[in-house]
Write a protein that binds this ligand. Structure first.
Ligand code: ADP
Ligand code: MG
Length: 437
């Protein structure tokens, strides 16, 4: 029978060995290149495995326990099944060296464990922290129970208490390691997102400045064309060419203005915006894009809907949603944009007859870079949802695969003090449907 004091000292020793794992994981994550994170991380698992097996915790004179379960678990679930099999190979080699008489037992035991871990690996990845810890406990519990039952059979009741204490420390240690590694991975992921966002921001700013620079030479060209237009001895053909050229220049200018209003980092303050008109403008703006794939845009928008916000952002929001709907109907169809007042909100509905989405896809929406399109960026909805939340709005999505999708957005209505005092302010226009196309 060992002394409690020694026992606790040994537990602390094993705990510290295992804490090397998240520590090295954290340090090596700053290094670039795949093998660099792979090699130090796998090495620390093997070092931990070696130390815990060489200096096991003594429970009774003949019973020794260690934490080798932990490095095996981490190798399987945080590196790869290959790394897992490799650590098991090392484990069996160490076992063969330390106590060759137990090698068959270890071989059978760990072959079963590795097969279980191999199949659990796919399931583990997308779980929450709590679920991951439960999975770890689920694997560890049967081991503890069998050991405890063996202890009881041999009438080692007091040692059984030590065993339970030991098992509790193992599972707490493993949970802490999972927590630390998960936190570390989360931090890396966030850093990566910030970096990417910065890159996109820089690119869009560059694009905006290029677009702006194109305007100057265009003004010169336009000026000269206007001068030539007034020449007397031009043929009818030449006159019409110049006329068309001037029109095309105007169109180009228009496109650049629209692009700039989207790409320029927009710091314009929130103000009262006439949403009914803005929606019609966006629908008109998107019509040519729709016609390219035979999509007809229908609008049914009530007059007199005012909201507060940044108009450029609102345009961007609706352009993104209309663009997605059009892209969901490659073979053509009808896209309906409707807007009406409902109590204190303006409800805008964008309804398409496109490919629709599965429930899984709907769950993924708004995550950066999530796109099912070959040329998609997966940023449209992320930006859109961000804009909706800044407008203090809400949204809901209804989608059926093969049938179509309806986006509904509710934004708070603008109320001026004048309107509150005299509700008849908008009489004549309010609630009246203005434009159906
Ligand atoms: P992108 O359009 O660049 O792919 P988005 O963030 O705008 O990125 O959209 C993300 C994904 O959501 C799309 O790739 C598509 O799979 C899905 N999606 C969005 N809107 C619709 C829609 N109206 N119908 C079907 N799928 C849609
Ligand atoms: Mg899109």
């Amino acid at each position: 029978m060992v002394l409690l004091y020694d026992f606790i000292a040994e537990l602390i020793f094993h705990f510290l060995i295992m804490m090397l794992i998240p520590f090295i994981h954290k340090i090596s994550s700053h290094w670039s290149g795949r093998w660099r994170t792979f090699v130090p991380f796998l090495s620390v698992l093997i070092v931990a495995l070696f130390l815990t097996m060489t200096f096991p915790v003594e429970i009774t004179g003949s019973q020794f326990f260690d934490l080798k379960f932990i490095p095996i678990f981490v190798a399987f679930f945080y590196i790869s099944s290959f790394a897992g099999f490799f650590t098991i190979f090392i484990l069996i080699s160490i076992k063969g060296f330390l106590s060759p008489e137990d090698i068959w037992f270890a071989l059978i035991n760990y072959t079963i464990i590795s097969v279980l871990f191999y199949f659990a690996g796919k399931f583990y990845k997308d779980r929450t922290f709590g679920q991951k810890v439960s999975i770890a406990a689920l694997f560890y519990l049967p081991i503890t129970i069998t050991r405890y039952v063996i202890f009881l059979q041999r009438d080692l009741k007091e040692e059984g208490v030590y065993l339970l204490l030991f098992s509790a420390v193992s599972i707490i240690t493993l949970s802490m390691i999972i927590y630390l590694i998960e936190m570390n991975l989360l931090q890396e992921e966030i850093m990566q997102k910030v970096k990417n966002a910065e890159k996109i921001n820089a690119i869009s700013q560059l694009a905006a400045s290029v677009a702006h620079e194109i305007r100057n030479p265009m003004t010169t060209v336009k000026g000269f064309l206007q001068m030539i237009k007034d020449e007397k001895n031009l043929t009818a053909n030449q006159k019409s060419f110049i006329k068309v050229s001037l029109e095309e220049l105007d169109r180009t200018n228009h496109i650049i203005s629209d692009f700039l209003s989207l790409a320029r980092p927009d710091t314009a303050a929130a103000r009262k915006v006439y949403l009914s008109e803005l929606l019609l403008e966006v629908a008109d703006f998107m019509r040519p894009y729709g016609l390219m794939s035979k999509v007809e845009i229908k609008t049914s928008i009530f007059e007199g809907i005012y909201i507060v916000g940044n108009p450029n952002e609102m345009k961007q929001l609706f352009i993104n949603l209309l663009k997605n709907s059009i892209e969901a109907m490659p073979g053509g169809g009808i896209l309906e944009v409707s807007a009406y007042k409902k109590n204190t909100t303006a409800d805008i509905q964008i309804k398409d007859e496109g490919v629709g989405m599965s429930n899984e896809t709907v769950q993924m929406l708004g995550q950066p870079y999530y796109s099912t399109k070959t040329k998609g960026t997966g940023l449209g909805l992320m930006i859109s949802f961000d804009i909706i939340s800044r407008l203090n709005g809400k949204y809901s999505i209804e989608s059926t695969e093969g049938k179509g999708t309806t986006f509904t957005i509710s934004l708070p209505l603008y109320y001026s003090s004048e309107e509150v005092l005299s509700p008849s302010y908008h009489n004549g226009t309010e609630g009246q449907q203005v434009k159906e196309t």
